[in-house]
Write a protein that binds this ligand. Structure first.
Ligand SMILES: *[C@@H]1O[C@H](CO)[C@@H](O)[C@H](O)[C@H]1NC(C)=O
Ligand SMILES: *[C@@H]1O[C@H](CO)[C@@H](O)[C@H](O)[C@H]1NC(C)=O
Ligand SMILES: *[C@@H]1O[C@H](CO)[C@@H](O)[C@H](O)[C@H]1NC(C)=O
Length: 295
């Protein structure tokens, strides 16, 4: 082997390792990736609800179904069951889940919350949080905000360390702070308004290089994008004309209440709702859920 072919092989090896950073941004019409407006079709898969062995096939099925983004919440009480004692093993291996999405060639949306609702115990809040003296959850309370910031920072830094944001060459093109807070904000009064501003500043301060979303938050401060959750979002409008029209949860079904009727939405109605959403200017919609669990 001559020196030229050795250099050639080294270059080949390096280029296959080099992962391209993407510029994810938005304008009033769409989410843009490297300056191109994109139609993004997402589906939710919650990693703790299946096993790492199942993830490649679940994600691949979603891809075969035409999706280009996988959306997941992050589950605080699963990752921090005792204060400052973390678990990212097995079904909770978030890094592996995001890397599996990348290996399948799809993008990811990371909804950190860390309050997530998600048909999950206590909406993802650890019970120890409830027991801290003088804490008030989801409002302008220093004790609570310190804990929220601590966990949110932990997740952001974990993703950054593993280079999982698109701005670093990873698959995460969008992230989310808080969750459907607009629905419950009223009774918190001024505390709620201050809190949502604080959430926006916290998210922005991380400088992750990809846009942040606040779902069901009509007063989402810039540059947070407010988005729609529901059965039909075609009439939804973001809170200014510089933000794109996004649908973070299209409810493909609904959970069963014990002893209640089994809810059903027809595929035809769902398909029609999605088509109409894009027809009326949508850029991103997410089937919530695309795969609930596979047990
Ligand atoms: C990223 O893309 C946006 C929208 O196309 C553009 O305005 C911005 O200048 C780009 N940023 C960089 C660093 O290229
Ligand atoms: C989280 O809290 C621990 C102490 O409990 C502290 O050592 C750590 O610096 C905090 N992290 C952040 C990002 O504030
Ligand atoms: C999304 O789909 C569900 C049914 O699966 C539907 O009930 C819901 O209205 C849709 N959401 C919106 C905002 O259209």
């Amino acid at each position: 082997m001559n020196s030229f072919s050795i250099i050639f092989l080294v270059c080949l090896a390096l280029s296959s390792l080099a992962i391209k950073a993407l510029n994810v941004s938005y304008d009033g019409r769409a989410i843009t990736i490297d300056g191109k407006r994109r139609v993004l079709i997402a589906g939710s898969i919650h990693y703790p609800r299946s096993t790492p062995e199942m993830w490649p096939s679940l994600i691949n099925k979603a891809k075969q179904g035409g999706l280009n983004v996988i959306e997941t919440y992050v589950f605080w009480n699963a990752h921090e069951p005792l204060r400052r004692q973390y678990d990212f093993s097995g079904n909770l291996d978030l890094v592996r889940f995001i890397k599996t999405i990348q290996n399948e060639g799809l993008y990811a949306m990371l909804r950190i919350g860390p309050y997530v609702c998600a048909e999950w115990n206590y909406g993802g809040f650890p019970v120890w949080l409830h027991n801290i003296p003088n804490i008030e959850l989801r409002t302008n309370n220093e004790v609570y905000k310190d804990e929220m910031k601590n966990f949110t920072t932990k997740i952001v830094e974990l993703m950054r360390h593993e280079k999982l944001f698109a701005s670093q060459g990873g698959p995460i093109i969008l992230s989310q702070i808080e969750n459907e807070y607009g629905n419950v904000m009223g009774p918190y009064g001024e505390g709620g308004q201050e809190y949502i501003k604080w959430c926006a500043q916290l998210a922005d301060s991380y400088q992750i290089g990809v846009p942040w979303v606040m779902c069901q938050q009509n007063d989402a401060p810039d540059p947070m994008i407010n988005s729609c959750n529901g059965y039909y979002c075609d009439e939804f409008k973001p809170n200014n004309d510089k933000k794109p029209k996004m649908w973070t949860e299209n409810w493909t079904g609904w959970f069963n209440n014990w002893g209640g009727p089994v809810p059903h939405r027809t595929a035809e109605d769902l398909a029609f709702a999605v088509a109409r959403f894009y027809q009326y200017g949508g850029t991103f919609q997410n089937y919530y859920m695309v795969i609930i669990n596979a047990f």
